[in-house]
Design a protein. Sequence first.
Length: 128
Amino acid sequence: MRPTILTINLNENRLSKLRFLCMKLGLTVRPVPAEDFCQPISALCGLSAPAKASPAEAFPEEMLIFCHMDNAQVNRFLQTARQMRFAPVALKAVLTPTNEEWTPVQLCAELKDERAAVMMGGTAAHDQ
C-alpha cells in the first residue's frame, strides 16, 4: 500500500501546502470529508470496505493520520514539515492494529484524552 496521510479539517490553504510537502516526499494525501467521519480508519486508508454506518458528529480539530508509513517515513515528514515551516497539526496518529477500526471521531477523542493525561503527568489508557 502506498504511504498515505489522511487529513481531517485542514482548510484549503493548509491542504495545498501539505500536498506540496507530501509530493516532495512521495506521499499521498487524502482529505477525509465530514460525511466519512463515521467510517473506520481502515476503510478510509483502503484496508477494508466502507462500513454501513450512521453519520457521525463533525468536530473542528485538525488531525493527521499516517497510514502505511514506517517510523522513518513519519519522522522524515515531520522534519520536512518543520523545515518548510508548515504550522504543526496538534492531533496526529499512526495507523495501528489498536486504532484501525476506530472512526476519526473516536480517534480524535482518544488523542485529546491522551494529550490531557500527558499534561497531567500520566498516561492514557486506550479502549480496544
